[in-house]
Design a protein around this ligand. Structure first.
Ligand SMILES: [Zn+2]
Length: 218
């Protein structure tokens, strides 16, 4: 009889010690959630998903909020087809992520003379610069219009998503051109998907996956 009591106590204590860690795990992300928050590449379409606040630049040629998802979707398509994992986010993304590379897609707009602006790159520290320079070299082979210097506005160097993306290689705001400048906008508009492919080509190469994404013809 005493043995049964002892066994009961032992099994009760064992059960308690097993349930406690399981209970604690509720407050931390499950393994599947953690896996969702890490990927090789993070791609955000700037302004996408917003109905108020910063809705992006617009002109007679188009709206930034409509153009950024086209580029981001094409980039995601080419990367995933190449077996590279992607978190595809809109402007309202909240969780913190861990990736090799984070790319935030934008087009620039400016009042007055819209051709005063063009393509540019934003980042928050010098560790991002090699990737920024590589993107500028690559995109310049296609985009033959104006470039502004890196981080020429505060919004570029202090982009809100930098706080949520933890990257091994770089986190870059890619301003892909001036949406209000006729020459740039008319070059950009029919090439948004190709530019997305170029973003994918760039990302794959940064990760060391050469030849997985074909370099686009534009
Ligand atoms: Zn923007």
């Amino acid at each position: 009889m005493r043995l049964w009591v002892l066994l009961f106590i032992v099994s009760f204590v064992t059960a308690c010690s097993h349930t406690r860690p399981a209970g604690q795990s509720v407050s931390t992300p499950s393994q599947s959630q953690r896996q969702n928050l890490s990927a090789e590449v993070f791609i955000q379409a700037g302004h996408e998903g917003r109905s108020k606040g910063k809705l992006g630049a617009r002109s007679v040629y188009g709206r930034e909020i409509n153009w950024t998802p086209i580029v981001a979707d094409a980039a995601t398509h080419y990367l995933r087809r190449a077996g590279i994992s992607v978190i595809r986010a809109n402007a309202n993304w909240k969780p913190k992520t861990r990736t090799q590379l984070a790319l935030f897609i934008h087009f620039d707009g400016i009042a007055g003379d819209p051709c005063r602006t063009g393509a540019s790159i934003g980042y928050d520290d010098a560790s991002d610069r090699p990737a920024a320079q590589a993107w500028k070299r690559l995109y310049s082979q296609y985009f033959h219009y104006r470039w502004r210097k890196d981080n020429f506005t505060k919004n570029l160097s202090q982009y809100y998503m930098f706080k949520r993306t933890h990257t091994r290689d770089a986190e870059l705001v890619l301003e892909l051109g001036a949406i209000g400048c006729p020459q740039q906008a008319l070059w950009l508009r029919p090439r948004l998907q190709k530019i997305g492919q170029l973003v994918a080509y760039f990302a794959a190469n940064r990760l060391g996956y050469y030849n997985r994404v074909p370099k686009p013809q534009m």
